[in-house]
Design a protein around this ligand. Structure first.
Ligand SMILES: CCC/C=C/C(=O)SCCNC(=O)CCNC(=O)[C@H](O)C(C)(C)COP(=O)([O-])OP(=O)([O-])OC[C@H]1O[C@@H](n2cnc3c(N)ncnc32)[C@H](O)[C@@H]1OP(=O)([O-])[O-]
Ligand SMILES: NC(=O)C1=CN([C@@H]2O[C@H](COP(=O)(O)OP(=O)(O)OC[C@H]3O[C@@H](n4cnc5c(N)ncnc54)[C@H](OP(=O)(O)O)[C@@H]3O)[C@@H](O)[C@H]2O)C=CC1
Length: 271
């Protein structure tokens, strides 16, 4: 099993869903975690949880769209834990809107959080690591529609594609500092945020489920595990890569022969 003992990471969107599960996972692997998000309350709950398990965590409310607030978050993490070994870019905003009805502000809100926010955090954390001579790793949580596209979420698809290009560019540029950058691309994952934004009713959920060959949603902790793996030394030769964990969704569904639902295959479990 990988270990992150003694290391310190910043996790954006660390108060809910995949971000909270990731923060808990990193803490369980021995890392100190600074969780960042706009609302203080969910961040505090994650910190309390980590501390109950004997770990170390800090809540720092900040909007990733605000470069000064992100700089302050990185400073607070350094001041508290004395080092920064990397970052998880997990904060995001999303909603379904037909592109022809998407307002300029709607586009800007999502692209600012996902693309500019990722840059603000990546730049703030990496500059401090470079200055301190600390090698480390950055993982950004994207979505497979960064390369397939996704009708209904053009803002998010375009922004996540930008994060992929940023990751690949900086993986080469910052290799000389020992900083690895990778992405995790989860498929539909059971979280309140995604549920509200993307599959608000049963019919939507069923449609999403039917698009996944493994026929289930991912859980937030299993995505958090993969982030932990990519941050760890077990992935020490992995950089500029995308780890897809989407139950096969981006490969499409069977269109020839009988529908998969008619076959007597068991439902895949999380084990
Ligand atoms: C495979 C699955 C992949 C999953 C990926 C995920 O990311 S899941 C993660 C999911 N988790 C989350 O998404 C959690 C975080 N999400 C959020 O904070 C919000 O959803 C946010 C992204 C809108 C940002 O909030 P904010 O306070 O910065 O912004 P604001 O409220 O001021 O609005 C700005 C503009 O957007 C407009 N607009 C908003 N909604 C809709 C809509 N449904 N329809 C149309 N338009 C909409 C709104 O009208 C306004 O434009 P206007 O009227 O001025 O022209
Ligand atoms: N769930 C899914 O099916 C999938 C999710 N993903 C990706 O996983 C990541 C996590 O999503 P998920 O856990 O599902 O959803 P959540 O809505 O739970 O997570 C989004 C987090 O981002 C934070 N956030 C949003 N805007 C900002 C901002 N401007 N500044 C700082 N923090 C912000 C939110 O906290 P707050 O509101 O307090 O700021 C929240 O904690 C996202 O990158 C998403 O795109 C990818 C593929 C599938």
């Amino acid at each position: 099993m990988e270990s992150l003992a003694g290391r310190a990471y910043l996790v954006t969107g660390g108060g809910t869903g995949i971000g909270a599960a990731t923060a808990r996972r990193l803490a369980a692997l021995g890392a100190s975690v600074t969780v960042v998000g706009r609302r203080g309350e969910p961040l505090d709950a994650v910190v309390a949880d980590v501390e109950r398990q004997g770990g170390h965590a800090l809540a720092h409310p900040a909007d990733v769209r605000d470069p000064a607030a992100v700089e302050a978050a990185a400073d607070a993490a350094l001041a508290r834990f004395g080092r920064l070994d990397g970052l998880v870019n997990n904060a995001a905003g999303n909603f379904v809107a037909p592109a022809e009805r998407l307002s300029a502000n709607g586009w800007r809100a999502v692209v600012d959080i996902v693309l500019n926010g990722t840059w603000n955090c990546t730049s703030a954390v990496a500059r401090r690591m470079i200055e301190a001579g600390t090698p480390g790793a950055i993982v950004s949580v994207i979505a497979t529609y960064a390369w397939t596209g996704h009708p209904g979420t053009v803002h998010s698809a375009a922004a996540k594609a930008g994060v992929v290009a940023m990751t690949r560019t900086l993986a080469v540029e910052w290799a000389r500092y020992g900083i690895r950058l990778n992405c995790v691309a989860p498929g539909p994952t059971e979280t309140e945020g995604a549920g509200a934004a993307l599959w608000a009713d049963d019919a939507d959920r069923e449609r999403v489920l039917a698009s996944v060959p493994l026929n289930r949603f991912a859980s937030a902790p299993e995505v958090g595990d993969l982030v932990g793996l990519l941050l760890s030394d077990r992935a020490g030769y992995v950089t500029g890569s995308i780890l897809t964990a989407d139950g096969g969704q981006s490969l499409g569904t069977q269109i020839y022969g009988p529908p998969i639902a008619d076959a007597a295959a068991p439902t895949a479990s999380a084990q």
